[in-house]
Write a protein that binds this ligand. Structure first.
Ligand code: SAH
Ligand code: SF4
Length: 354
């Protein structure tokens, strides 16, 4: 059954009479962070009862919350069917206050959001893949993660935040719900998060990248490339057999991006697999002609993985090579390591887990 969080404002305006009520509801939900119809003071009692029946609002429970020493907070959301996913609040820059308590410089926040319970892609280096695939999240479940992260961290409604769809799941494998969620989240009468501040991270489903390109939503794209030859990439990401490196590069070249923006390429660095200078040179060649930015990620090991974390020395040499050829390249700082909130450490907690 659909919940109130599954609808765009236009859809609610068509379904709720009189239609001006829809905007009031949106305002309560997304600007005042109301979580029950009882809180919506300016709605008539009969309407509240009708809404309660037709548009459920109790969509999730937050069953666990863990705070890292670096300010990262990981939330475990429970949705219908008892399924759980994680959403991570990342503090990129602290808020700075002057002596009088006035905000001198605002904080910078990034929310890492899940799109599926589990994942079908089955990457050999990823912990999420180990648990298999359970189900897609609904649009409302994607929206709710963002609303609750804003609410729980007292983020003022007009404060902009960045969204990265890099939590559990492959966002483009849940295409329709993701697109609906993006429409809801970016509505100026709602959470008002610009599509330019939303980044979809994908393991490279080329035909869905093409489909997304045609919609021209203005979202940012991050490609989990990880390898420069198809043999290694297919070992890491089995789906590469269907959507190889060239098909991804072709799709990316057609993707509409703002002239000031770049496509992000994520490159997971694994010791003795892809951490050599030859790979760096191949990567430079592959990306030539694409406005790109490379984000090098240290492989995060977990028990029973055959892969190892690369040395810092190799990481830095790889980065320097890219930069020397004019590519923008950063090394991703792993945040929230002490609470396993870092990349590839998100996994559904079943009842048996501690
Ligand atoms: N499915 C999407 C988004 C979720 S994964 C994707 O693959 O892009 C988010 C990021 O975490 C991806 O870049 C993924 O490659 C990375 N990741 C997965 N396992 C990891 C691990 N063990 N160590 C470091 N990064 C990992
Ligand atoms: Fe899925 Fe991304 Fe993990 Fe691959 S890295 S299994 S696509 S979540």
């Amino acid at each position: 059954m659909k919940t109130i969080y599954d609808y765009t404002l236009e859809e609610l305006q068509q379904n709720i009479k009189p239609s001006f009520r829809a905007k009031q509801i949106y305002n309560w939900l997304y600007k005042k962070y109301a979580t029950s119809y009882d809180d919506m003071k300016n709605l008539p009692k009969e309407l509240k009862e009708e809404l309660q029946e037709k548009y459920p609002i109790d969509i999730c429970k937050i069953v666990k919350e863990e705070k890292s020493s670096d300010g990262t907070i990981k939330y475990l959301f429970e949705f219908a069917g008892g399924h759980t996913v994680e959403a991570v609040f990342l503090l990129m820059k602290d808020e700075v206050k002057d002596e009088d308590g006035n905000i001198e410089q605002g904080g910078k926040y990034t929310f890492c959001i899940s799109s599926q319970v589990g994942c079908k892609v089955g990457c050999s280096f990823c912990l999420t893949a180990k648990g298999g695939f359970t189900r897609n999240l609904t649009a409302g479940e994607i929206v709710a993660q963002i609303k609750y992260l804003k609410k729980l961290n007292n983020i003022p409604e007009n404060k902009s935040v960045n969204i990265v769809y890099m939590g559990m799941g492959e966002p483009l494998d849940n295409y329709e719900n993701l697109v609906q969620a993006i429409k809801i989240i970016s509505d100026l009468d709602g959470l008002a998060i610009s599509t330019r501040r939303q980044t979809i991270s994908t393991s490279g489903i080329s035909d869905k990248i093409n489909k997304l390109a045609n919609l021209d939503l203005g979202v940012q794209l991050a490609i989990s490339l990880h390898a420069v030859d198809d043999t290694l990439r297919s070992e890491l990401i089995p789906m590469n057999k269907a959507y190889n490196i060239q098909s991804i590069i072709d799709a990316v070249k057609k993707f509409p991006i703002d002239t000031r923006k770049k496509i992000m390429f994520e490159y997971l660095v694994i010791k003795d697999k892809n951490d050599d200078i030859k790979s760096a040179d191949k990567l430079i060649k592959l990306l030539s002609g694409i406005p790109s930015k490379v984000n090098l990620i240290y492989f995060n090991p977990y028990p029973d993985t055959p892969y190892e974390r690369p040395s810092r020395n190799n990481m830095v040499k790889f980065q320097e090579r890219l930069i020397s050829k004019g590519l923008l390249c950063t090394i991703r700082e792993s945040k929230g390591l002490d609470i396993s909130a870092a990349c590839g450490q998100l996994k559904e907690k079943t009842n048996g887990d501690t």
